[in-house]
Design a protein around this ligand. Structure first.
Ligand code: NAD
Length: 449
């Protein structure tokens, strides 16, 4: 990790201490010593995305899922049954408390797919328990938690993969590689288009009254380190992302995808301003339209964040602005490249032709690049391969943290209503005490930070 401010370093230590799981030795040692052994895994948080992640690990023969943890007993049972069906036995152990799961010495790695407010505590505890970790994006609920997570993973020398799977998809790699190799010249401007509004994933609407939590749920545990609020179905499974108590709205839901790709394309300092594990804005100005604070969904629906990056690069992140297309667009002094899910376009039609010709043509073209990006075609296999080789994954924690940073800072700039100056090396907001306070949140007892 880059050096941190005194405040952030202190926060980091507090977070690490809060993750009060005894340090244990890993169950198995992998790599050259034991290449034939399966990596033993467990899943923490098995809802929408966690279910998808679990399926990917269940269908990879390099690993074996031994346990699952969830605070909703319905999700927990469903997940354990699924694992047992896959392996045709009854061995999968369900846990309500992830700390009991982490205390097991026979588990090498965990997949964390809890809501955003529940990333940092289990991730730091898992790192302290010497597990390797696959964790969902955005890395953390607050920027200070992200700094603490990076510190814990580095201190414990863990392998980390982030759920920013777009890096393992061909059109994104081709786009970022073209930009890193100077085909559009020096990058002048980057546009990151994210969704706006709120998506009603659970068909709850935004106006249901508070009610009793479902009997399957330990609601106190589900709220965890966040502020206690009455149970409301509109801010529960999946829709928790539309309330700042537990999520960060569309901005933070998508920052770990398209901003992550934008940073990847800037990772060669010669044409961008990388490396992407240390990259960051110098200045951030933002506007956002927030619903009334009393609404169940209170995250910004429309937002515009204008950043200045090193090397005079203008970097805009926006949701709800037609002129900023969805996905990532880099504009250089010699052309442009745009990429989104299932889409690729560029100022030079040959680059699109190469993409449309398929994987082999892209790989042949990439051979000629001087600045080579890591190539992965399966995000889960990349994690498991890196556990064995003890090498960095395609989205290690340092990169995930830098990818989410402009989102956190953009939200803070909009909330305080002024331009922020950011020292990316120290990870400090310069000269703004009110904004600095918003880099972290106090954890609710008994969780401490
Ligand atoms: N990579 C992607 O494309 C992608 C897509 C969707 C969601 N996500 C991310 O995945 C994460 C989960 O999102 P989701 O939409 O699946 O949410 P969800 O509400 O559907 O599922 C979260 C699950 O975590 C459980 N949980 C909550 N607190 C817990 C705790 N302390 N211990 C154990 N389990 C706990 C919940 O009961 C639930 O089963 C989020 O960080 C989200 O941003 C990533």
């Amino acid at each position: 990790m880059q050096s941190t401010s005194k405040i952030n370093r202190r926060d980091a230590l507090k977070f690490a201490a809060a993750a009060a799981v005894p340090m244990v030795l890993p169950g198995h040692l992998f790599g050259a010593d034991a290449p034939s052994k399966k990596i033993t895994m467990a899943s923490i948080g098995i809802g929408w995305q966690g279910g998808g992640n679990l399926g990917n690990f269940l269908h990879n023969d390099d690993c074996r899922v031994l346990a699952v943890a969830d605070v909703d007993s319905n999700h927990l049972k469903e997940a354990a049954d699924r694992v047992n069906k896959r392996y045709e036995n009854t061995d999968c152990k369900p846990y309500k408390d992830f700390r009991d799961l982490l205390a097991r010495k026979d588990i090498d790695a965990v997949c964390i797919s809890t809501p955003d407010h529940w990333h940092s505590i289990p991730a730091i505890a898992a790192a302290n328990a010497k597990k390797d970790i696959f964790c969902e994006k955005p890395l953390s609920h607050t920027l200070a938690e992200g700094i603490a997570m990076v510190e814990a993973v580095q201190r414990n020398d863990r392998i980390w993969q982030t759920g920013s799977w777009q890096r393992s998809v061909l059109n994104f790699r081709w786009a970022a590689g073209l930009v890193c190799n100077g085909t559009i010249g020096k990058v002048k401007r980057v546009e990151v288009g994210l969704p706006s509004g709120h998506s009603d994933f659970e068909k709850t609407g935004n106006s249901k009254p508070d009610s009793a939590p479902p009997t399957s749920l330990d609601y106190n545990f589900w709220v965890g380190p966040s502020q206690m609020m009455p149970f409301n179905p509109c801010r529960f499974h999946k829709n928790w992302r539309w309330n700042y108590n537990t999520g960060g709205g569309q901005l933070m839901d998508w920052i770990g995808h398209h901003c992550d790709i934008a940073h990847w394309g800037l990772s060669n300092a010669k044409f961008g301003c990388g490396p992407d594990d240390a990259i960051g804005p110098l200045e951030i100005s933002a506007t956002a339209e927030f619903p009334p604070k009393t609404d169940v969904w209170n995250t910004a629906g429309k937002y515009h964040i204008a950043c200045k990056y090193p090397n005079n690069i203008e970097f805009t992140i926006a949701g709800g602005y037609k002129e900023i297309a969805g996905g990532t667009k880099w504009i250089g002094d010699n052309g442009w490249v745009h990429v989104n899910r299932g889409e690729f376009s560029a100022s030079n039609p040959e680059w699109e032709k190469t993409y449309k010709a398929g994987k082999k043509r892209v790989e042949a073209a990439e051979q000629k690049f001087d600045f080579k990006l890591i190539a992965s075609t399966n995000h889960f296999a990349n994690f498991l391969d890196c556990i064995k080789s003890r090498t960095k994954t395609i989205t290690p924690i340092e990169i995930a943290h830098r990818s989410q940073t402009p989102g956190h800072l953009g939200y803070i700039a909009a909330a305080v209503g002024r331009t922020l100056k950011w020292d990316a090396a120290k990870q400090e907001i310069v000269g703004d005490a009110e904004a600095t306070k918003m880099l972290s949140k106090k954890f609710r007892a008994p969780w401490t930070a």
